[in-house]
Design a protein around this ligand. Structure first.
Ligand code: ZN
Length: 281
């Protein structure tokens, strides 16, 4: 890996950036990020994470170039947490705050690789992929989804499969939506392999989302949703609770219980309001 240098090349927002180049990234650190993180270590870890992401997608390394086939190097800005609070990824590159949490970086890096290898997917699949990949081997998202499923506080996939529907339902269901998407995408990978998922980019570019899904998987999304729910329910004993003991009983962690309670209340209020709107006889 090349030596660290302060460069004028990456000038953005009127700042100079500390640059670390790797086989797949040009990583730029602002002053605060450079002080908080060790850039060279961060760059080495980013390459390790990239290898994990490439493994999920089944990309083969070109040994001569020492690179995976992801196109040009990804431009990757690491910012002061005071000026950047959320990760953001588009075809232009990655922006993240310097949080120091590996799962968070892996989430954003997964988006960046996915968009290059598969294309821009609707959020159910895009956030689902990044959420699935962020913590390899964790059953956390299955467990959270199962808890919400059993309490009937998940929106159906048909309602959130396109971008508009996904963000419209965000207001009510946000505590569970990334986990739900992550659990579903993980199920798709485990049950049907990676090839069908990778083909979604091309299918969606040519057909409406529901039709594209059916072409890739040979079944409707509604059918896949039922099969996925069945998979979670069958596995429930293998999905450890997220908690500790509450009053002598095992139970899901407090935020899961509170989120379920909040959504149930909101749904009850919505249906009461809908009833009030109905014409009276
Ligand atoms: Zn994301």
């Amino acid at each position: 890996m090349s030596e660290l240098q302060f460069t004028q090349e990456g000038i953005r927002e009127g700042k100079a950036w500390w640059v670390q180049e790797t086989p797949h990234y040009v990583i730029l650190f602002d002053e605060a990020a450079r002080e908080l993180l060790q850039p060279q270590k961060f760059a080495t870890q980013a390459e390790t994470r990239l290898r994990q992401i490439a493994g999920v997608l089944g990309l083969n390394k070109d040994n001569a170039a020492r690179r995976y086939p992801i196109g040009e190097k990804i431009i990757y800005f690491v910012h002061d947490r005071a000026t950047c609070t959320h990760g953001n990824v588009d075809v232009g590159g990655i922006d993240v705050p310097a949080t120091g949490r590996a799962w968070f970086y892996r989430h954003e890096e997964s988006h960046a690789v996915l968009i290059r290898v598969v294309g821009a997917l609707p959020p159910l699949f895009n956030e689902g992929f990044a959420t699935f990949v962020e913590q390899p081997g964790s059953t956390r998202h299955h467990r959270i989804t199962l808890a919400a499923l059993r309490q009937n506080v998940l929106p159906s996939l048909l309602k959130i499969v396109d971008a508009e529907g996904f963000w419209r339902h965000w207001g009510t269901y946000s505590p569970f939506m990334y986990s739900q998407a992550g659990s579903f995408v993980e199920y798709l990978f485990k049950r049907f392999g990676r090839g069908k998922f990778i083909s979604l980019g091309m299918k969606f570019s040519r057909s409406p989302v529901l039709q594209g899904f059916r072409q890739a998987y040979g079944m409707s999304l509604a059918h896949a949703e039922v099969a996925w729910h069945g998979y979670l329910l069958r596995r429930r004993r293998a999905l450890p609770l997220l908690t500790r003991i509450v009053r002598g009983r095992q139970s899901d962690s407090r935020w899961v219980r509170e989120a379920i309670w909040t959504i149930k209340n909101q749904k009850a209020e919505e249906s009461a309001a809908a009833d009030a709107d109905k014409p009276r006889r």
